[in-house]
Design a protein around this ligand. Structure first.
Ligand SMILES: [Zn+2]
Ligand SMILES: [Zn+2]
Length: 281
C-alpha cells in the first residue's frame, strides 16, 4: 500500500462517527452473513451523534471506498470487509502473552523439551536456548481454539506460507518477496531470507523447508510413513542433517535429509528450486 493509500485509510478510520458506521456494518456482516445491509436510519441510530447533517457528511466520505449503497441499504465494500476482518484477526491477545504449550518432544538441537510460546502475535518454537521457528499467528486463534486445534491451524498456516514463499508472495500482505542467503544465523547458521517490499517483514526458512512441497521430497517422506503436508514443521527438524554452501555466487546449499535410517542429499537455491536429488541406498 502506498503512503497516501495508508494515510487515506487511517484518515477514514480516525473519525468517531465514521468508525461507528463501519463498526455497525461490520457487526451486521459478521453476525448475519448475506444480510442486505443497513438503512440510513438504522445506521444513524447506531452512531453517537444526533446531528443528521454531520452524520450524512461522514457517511458520504465512506461511500465507494469502504461502503457502498444499493437501493436504500448501505453495506461494506470488499475492501471494507477485509479491513475489518484484519482488525478483528490481529487484535492483540494480551491475556495469552507468554502462554507456553509443551510440544511433547525434545528440541532438535539439544535434550531440552520443545515448547511453543506466544509473544506479541508470534508463536516461538524452541527450547530455552534454541529458537527453532517463529511464525506469526492471528491472535484470535489462540483465544478461540483448543490447544490441539490451535496447533493444527499453525501447522496448516506454515504449509500455506511455504507455498506462497515458493511463489515469491508475502504470506502476510501478498506483496513481492526478495530472497537471499544468510550464513551466520542461529541456531541454524544457513537460512534463506525473504524480505517483503510491501510490509517490510523478513521471513526465513532453513534450506530443506524451501523444497518441502516438491513431489520428490514428499515421496521420499511418504515412502517412510510421513505425509509432509499433514506434519507440523516442528516434527521435521529431526530429519534435517548437515548443510553446506556450494561454491559459486548463486547461493546454492546442499543438505542431507534422514528419515528412518535412510539418507538423501539435495541441492537447492532458495527460490524453491530442487537442483539435485540423490537418493542413497
Ligand atoms: Zn535446544
Ligand atoms: Zn508483506
Amino acid at each position: 500500500m502506498s503512503r497516501t493509500g495508508i494515510e487515506s485509510a487511517l484518515d477514514l478510520l480516525s473519525n468517531e462517527t465514521r468508525f461507528d458506521i463501519l463498526r455497525a456494518l461490520a457487526s451486521q456482516q459478521f453476525e448475519e452473513p448475506g444480510a442486505s445491509g443497513m438503512t440510513f436510519s438504522d445506521l444513524f441510530a447506531e452512531a453517537a451523534t444526533d446531528d443528521s447533517g454531520n452524520f450524512n457528511y461522514h457517511l458520504n466520505r465512506l461511500l465507494d471506498r469502504l461502503v457502498v449503497k444499493e437501493g436504500e441499504c448501505y453495506r461494506l465494500t470488499h475492501g471494507g470487509i477485509q479491513l475489518f476482518s484484519l482488525l478483528q484477526a490481529t487484535t492483540y491477545a494480551p491475556e495469552h502473552e507468554h502462554r507456553t504449550i509443551q510440544l511433547d518432544r525434545n528440541c532438535p538441537l539439544c535434550p531440552a523439551d520443545l515448547s511453543a510460546t506466544y509473544r506479541e502475535g508470534y508463536l516461538e518454537i524452541g527450547c530455552g536456548d534454541h529458537l527453532v521457528l517463529e511464525i506469526y499467528v492471528p491472535p484470535s486463534w489462540i483465544e478461540s481454539r483448543s490447544t490441539d486445534a490451535f496447533l493444527d491451524c499453525v501447522s496448516l498456516l506454515f504449509h500455506h506460507h511455504i507455498e506462497k514463499i515458493a511463489a515469491s508472495i508475502c504470506p502476510l500482505c501478498w506483496g513481492a518477496l526478495g530472497h537471499g542467503l544468510r550464513t551466520d544465523e542461529q541456531p541454524y547458521p544457513l537460512q534463506y531470507y525473504y524480505p517483503c517490499s510491501q510490509c517490510g517483514t523478513e521471513l526465513r526458512l532453513v534450506p530443506p523447508q524451501t523444497v518441502m512441497h516438491h513431489r520428490e521430497v514428499e515421496a521420499f517422506y511418504r515412502d517412510r510413513g510421513i505425509e509432509l503436508r499433514e506434519t507440523p514443521p516442528w516434527k521435521l527438524y529431526d530429519t534435517y542433517g548437515e548443510m553446506r554452501v556450494l561454491p559459486g555466487a548463486d547461493a546454492r546449499v546442499e543438505f542431507e535429509l534422514s528419515v528412518k535410517g535412510d539418507t538423501t542429499v539435495m541441492t537447492v537455491d532458495g527460490r524453491s528450486n530442487l537442483l539435485a536429488f540423490e537418493p542413497e541406498g
